[in-house]
Ligand binder design. Structure first.
Ligand code: 5AD
Ligand code: SF4
Length: 621
């Protein structure tokens, strides 16, 4: 008997409370249940429609049960299907065999009808708040709905379903969404008045806020029909079908396995030259200020092969840049297969002077293995990654960044604070000294690297002296980008339980403003010092400020503005043409502000040839 996964029976019961007896019977009858005792899960139950709560489908993940039809995907464990509803492929199977029945341990259950979860051309409008991960999650949710017969609405007023991808990281992010919900409610009421016979618009809350507030979202804001957590997007078609019957539907089950590895996100912005690829989900770090481990669950990595497959598809589509995404990208570990690029006993080695709260991961394929493979897919595709944790920067990663022309020389190194007592209270696992040692080490290997960071102002117990230490750190490192946030206490976090949110809001705001000011002063110096340099930029499109200019980004991810019409090409075929999105252009930097660089275009080039072409050009000057 080969179980793919064992997951808590309680979690099945929570999902399907009305089928308590059947679940208990199935578990009791299963030959393994005595051996492994409980918690034990046998299979995936799917409900036809939660209004009749009929059990339609029972699918056992044991590979050799004689009278059981196996529906789970090979290698895909069933706990994520259980917690997230049917997978895309399962729905396809159902649509082909809509009237078939499957016998499970003598119980006859018909398949879920494809019709019940099919969107039937209903129009969905998406709104996304929060981080890049949320942009990517929206694309995953959209891929799942598209596969299930929904179509995308570009105009909110023409939509049948409005889905809001939400963020919980700070109270301000949630406040913005509550306000928006008021507007959506009025939209819903207006539609009801104007078209009383039409089916009402359905509103769904997706992502972190859904996970944090769960059913409370529906009881507080009655306009909400669907609440769907970050690991439950596969269940969206079913949740929306429940909402279609006039009931509210909630799935906020977190998973230990879900990475949506088999879902190819459908890009919302199809004109962009770059895309985001999610490589891992969740976070185990438990920094005391942070809600992420509670909204996005435990850390898990997506298998390398599925990531490489996605990069290849994006490269074939002509995309020029991918950003590998995760809450903690560089602690990536693909332990999904027996293949181990690293030596099997290889433990995650933290950067010197850095600690973790969890046990080091062993074996599998590491972030450096992934980065290496991704960079080999297309030498003309730029690779970025975010957001890393400073603890996971082994030299292999740094050497790759230095040596591969298509891995950008930019590292996000969130410091959060420059004070040791605050860092300790935040449970960041490093001191100012070890952070600075890491900065020096990175600079010694990649001298022209751009560093960016996040900072929190006014964390519990932060004094003026602590704040000064953070300002000092900013001056010393000179970040190319720094995000500064006033601290916002979040329920459930370590700080909520154990620390005192004792810095008044006006002080937090003032300190956050001071951090931003020092950052701007330093980045202006950094940017001005680049005047006269020849840099490689990837053109993204028209400048937002002027139709006569183009905007691109350099290796450091700093925006560079160049005029549109003064292009002279030094191209192999001698042809001249206007620059367009996706072009790599050598640019002479002519000026700077704290936000952008300005430059003049020199010649069209490639990622691989830029350095030699630049050297050649300098010889003739
Ligand atoms: N309050 C303020 N900022 C926060 N961040 C995370 N949690 C909080 C919080 N509770 C910031 C951190 C993190 C970034 C994504 O958001 O700086 O790196
Ligand atoms: Fe916001 Fe964090 Fe969730 Fe991203 S992961 S949406 S930043 S709470």
């Amino acid at each position: 008997m080969n179980f793919n996964t064992i997951c808590s029976m309680n979690s099945i019961l929570r999902l399907y409370p009305r089928h308590k007896h059947l679940i208990h019977t199935l578990v009791r009858r299963h030959p393994l249940s005595n051996a492994v005792k409980r918690p034990l899960a046998l299979g995936i139950l799917r409900l036809k429609s939660p209004c009749d709560h009929a059990i339609n489908n029972f699918c056992v993940s044991s590979s050799n049960s004689p009278n059981v039809q196996k529906l789970t995907k090979p290698g895909k464990d069933f706990s994520d299907q259980l917690s997230n509803g049917p997978s895309l492929r399962d729905f396809t199977a159902q649509s082909n065999e809509a009237s078939a029945e499957v016998a499970v341990d003598g119980i006859e259950v018909p398949y879920l009808s494809h019709h019940d979860v099919n969107g039937q051309q209903r129009k969905v409008f998406f709104e996304t708040y929060g981080c890049q991960m949320n942009v990517n999650d929206t694309e995953i949710a959209w891929a799942i709905l598209k596969e299930n017969g929904f179509i995308k609405a570009d105009d909110i007023k023409q939509s049948d379903v409005i889905l809001v991808m939400t963020c919980s990281i700070r109270e301000g992010a949630e406040d913005k969404i509550w306000k928006r919900l008021k507007y959506l409610k009025s939209l819903k009421q207006l539609r009801k008045q104007k078209q009383p016979s039409a089916p009402p618009v359905k509103i769904g809350i997706l992502g972190c806020m859904a996970e944090r507030l769960k059913e409370k979202l529906i009881s507080t804001e009655r306009a909400v029909d669907v609440v769907c957590g970050p690991d439950a997007y596969r269940d969206l078609p079913r949740l929306l079908s429940v909402a279609g019957t006039g009931q509210s539907a909630v799935n906020v089950q977190l998973s230990l396995e879900e990475t949506y590895a088999d879902v190819m996100p459908v890009r919302i912005n199809s004109t962009s030259t770059s895309a985001f690829i999610s490589i891992m989900r969740g976070c185990d770090n438990m920094c005391t200020y942070c809600i992420v481990p509670f909204t996005r669950g435990r850390e898990r990595s997506r298998p390398i092969d599925s990531i490489i497959e996605e990069v290849k598809i994006l490269s074939d589509q002509g995309l020029r840049e991918v950003t590998l995404l995760g809450q903690n990208v560089n602690s990536y570990r693909d332990t999904s297969s027996a293949v181990s690029y690293s030596i099997p006993e290889d433990k995650t080695k933290n950067s010197r002077g850095f600690k973790t709260v969890y046990k080091p991961k062993v074996g599998g394929r590491r972030f450096s293995d992934l980065l290496e493979k991704v960079s080999e897919v297309d030498p003309e595709m730029r690779i970025r990654f975010t957001s890393p944790h400073p603890k996971d920067f082994p030299d292999e990663v740094l050497y790759l960044i230095r040596d591969r022309k298509n891995i950008c020389n930019h590292i996000h190194l969130p410091a959060q604070s420059g004070s040791n007592s605050v860092l300790k209270a935040m449970r960041r696992g490093y001191t100012l000294e070890s952070y600075m040692e890491l900065v020096e080490h990175i600079l010694s290997i990649i001298p022209d690297v751009a560093l960016s960071s996040d900072f929190i102002a006014g964390f519990c117990g932060e004094t003026e002296e602590d704040h000064e230490a953070t300002l000092d750190l900013m001056r010393k490192v000179k970040y190319s980008v720094a995000y500064t946030f006033p601290y916002s206490m979040r329920q459930k976090t370590g700080a909520f339980h154990r620390l005192n949110d004792d810095v008044p809001s006006e002080v937090k705001l003032r300190r956050s403003g001071e951090l931003a000011k020092v950052y701007r002063e330093e980045v202006l110096k950094l940017n001005l010092a680049q005047t006269g340099e020849t840099q490689l930029i990837l053109i993204e499109g028209d400048s937002k400020r002027s139709e006569y200019d183009l905007a691109g980004r350099n290796d450091a991810n700093t925006k560079v503005i160049i005029p549109k019409y003064t292009l002279t090409w030094n191209h192999k075929d001698g042809q001249e043409r206007d620059a367009r999105p996706g072009d790599y252009i050598a640019v002479k930097i002519t000026g700077a502000s704290s936000q952008v660089l300005h430059g003049n275009p020199l010649f069209l080039t490639t990622l691989q040839n830029f350095k030699t072409e630049k050297e050649k050009m300098q010889l003739f000057q």
